[in-house]
Design a protein around this ligand. Structure first.
Ligand code: NAD
Length: 476
């Protein structure tokens, strides 16, 4: 029998809300790497999905949907000081659950800031208030500086989550390869100044999922390698991106938010209808969807440099940051169909886990504009390797679930940190936990730019002076 390293021991109870693709995939990792009795774990979810997996591992499983009306009682009675609330559900407010955990003295982790059901598409709200920017501002406003609140790690899956740690490793690698001498920065100011010194203009979260099934997508069916409901919800939100200081062309349909950090802007159109040019090592260049994600905002905010200018502080550096996602081919067809129906979701859905026959999820960060042009750093996990490494996972979910484990370990080791985003965790500790499950993790330089081969077939309106303008990246 394989002996697994216990990264930490946990004496409290673990309450897991939601048990879909991520919940089922993370359970074996928790049981392997966190030293705790299985009878201290309970799953509360909305349907029977995953019951067999829970039973196989001897974990209590209850179908009791969490609602705005019942959560304080239903979830609250499960929690006392020193417990852990792991939120892996959709349609349950992350902010409500995190506050509940804090009030009970329990640790908390989620992989996405979810609103209550319908929040992403509530047309009584203007687009700015249906954004991840607004959800993040609302969450961060719950911080209580100076108080030793229980740790709540927010948005810590693969992306958002793991990619924030990839960015830090990538910055150190670029510094070493371009002769910029630096110690590992100790704080946010150190990291943002390093990114500025290196001249990083853009950071794409560049992902190409090539996993396929032998069963083609049917008409009126949405197929994906992770939550269909989750993907449809976020794809229907307005396009959002961290807005860099090098940008000189304001995008059509773009707006600033009238509140908060001002690190990001939004376009008045759904992310799943907005395409951008990007690059990963195996795929080369491709079009990805600019789906809104909180890492686009948190990374842009974290790497912002401000300086005193007269009586005020001004922003002197910020990279443009956004997701560029090519989901599995069946999901691209599904998005095309969804958009054609004006974002009314298909009648059926199919999550591909056991039926995947081949493919990889190539997920990393592309840092560009520096002395060596562009550098991609990330994981190239195949379905075959994912299956060998851990049951109940495909390549996509394992990148997420091991990051959940990494965030949980960090929270248990740092239990009084209050609300923290991935950028604020110890990246080395989290990467140590994650690396054995990520397949090949590579860093590759490229001379690719979004201007490559442009203007040969059609005369396009591009900015030749700076390839890394968002104007050149956006597909119009
Ligand atoms: P899924 O659709 O496979 O599963 C969702 C689970 O939530 C199901 O078990 C469902 O029963 C449960 N649920 C729904 N409504 C509920 C309610 N009212 N009360 C309790 N449980 C409820 O989703 P998934 O792929 O497992 O994703 C879960 C979450 O993780 C989503 O928020 C998704 O956006 C997020 N996610 C993040 C990343 C990342 O990298 N950060 C990646 C994948 C998924």
């Amino acid at each position: 029998m394989t002996e697994y390293t216990h990264h930490t021991a946990f004496g409290g109870r673990l309450v897991i809300i939601g048990f879909g693709s991520i919940g089922q995939g993370v359970l074996p990792l928790i049981l392997r790497h966190i030293d705790m009795p299985v009878d201290r774990i309970v799953i509360i979810t909305a349907d029977d999905n995953g019951r067999a997996v829970a039973e196989q591992h001897g974990v209590a499983f209850r179908v009791e949907p969490v609602t705005r009306e019942n959560y304080e009682d239903l979830v609250g009675k499960e929690l006392t000081k020193g417990d852990f609330l792991l939120n892996l559900s959709v349609d349950v407010s992350s902010i409500a659950l995190a506050e509940l955990a804090r009030d009970k003295g329990a640790l908390y982790l989620d992989t996405c800031i979810e609103p209550w059901v319908g929040g992403y598409t509530d047309t009584s709200l203007p687009p700015s208030l249906r954004s991840n920017y607004a959800l993040r501002e609302e969450f961060l406003a719950k911080r209580r500086p100076g108080k030793k609140d229980p740790t709540a790690v927010i948005t810590h899956g693969a992306n958002p989550g793991l990619v924030s740690h990839f960015v830090k490793q990538a910055l150190l690698n670029i510094a070493a390869d371009t002769g910029v001498k630096t110690a590992v920065p100790a704080d946010r100011a150190g990291w943002s100044n390093l990114a500025k010194t290196l001249g990083v203009k853009v950071i794409h979260i560049a992902e190409r999922d090539t996993q396929v099934s032998a069963t083609p997508k049917k008409v009126d069916e949405f197929v994906n390698t992770w939550s269909i409901d989750g993907f449809v919800s976020e794809g229907s939100q307005p396009t959002e991106l961290g807005w860099g200081t090098h940008e000189r062309h304001w995008p059509f349909n773009a707006s600033r938010h009238a509140f908060g950090s001002d690190a990001a802007i939004f376009l008045n159109r759904p992310g799943a209808s907005t395409r951008v040019r990007t690059w990963t090592p195996t795929e080369g260049h491709f079009h990805g969807f600019l789906i809104t994600h909180s890492e686009a905002i948190s990374i842009a905010d974290y790497y912002t440099v401000t300086e005193e200018q007269g009586t005020a502080r001004s922003v002197t550096y910020r990279p443009t940051v956004h997701y560029a996602y090519h989901p599995c081919d069946a999901a691209v067809m599904s998005v095309h169909e969804l958009a054609g129906k004006n974002w009314v979701q298909q009648k059926t859905q199919r999550l591909m886990v056991d039926e995947v026959i081949s493919g990889i999820d190539e997920l990393g960060v592309l840092l560009a504009g520096h002395a060596k042009n562009a550098y991609w750093y990330g994981s190239q996990l195949s379905i075959e390797e994912a299956r060998k490494l851990c049951p109940h996972n495909n390549a996509t979910s394992l990148q997420v679930t091991v990051a959940v484990l990494g965030g949980m370990v960090w929270a248990m080791e740092n239990p009084e940190a209050g609300i923290v985003e991935p950028d604020e965790l110890d990246f080395k500790r989290v990467l140590d936990v994650c690396m054995p499950y990520l397949g090949p993790v590579v860093g590759v330089y490229s001379d690719w730019t979004p201007l490559l081969n442009r203007g040969e077939l059609f005369a396009e309106d591009v900015d030749h002076d700076d390839p890394w303008q968002f104007k050149n990246v956006l597909v119009v």
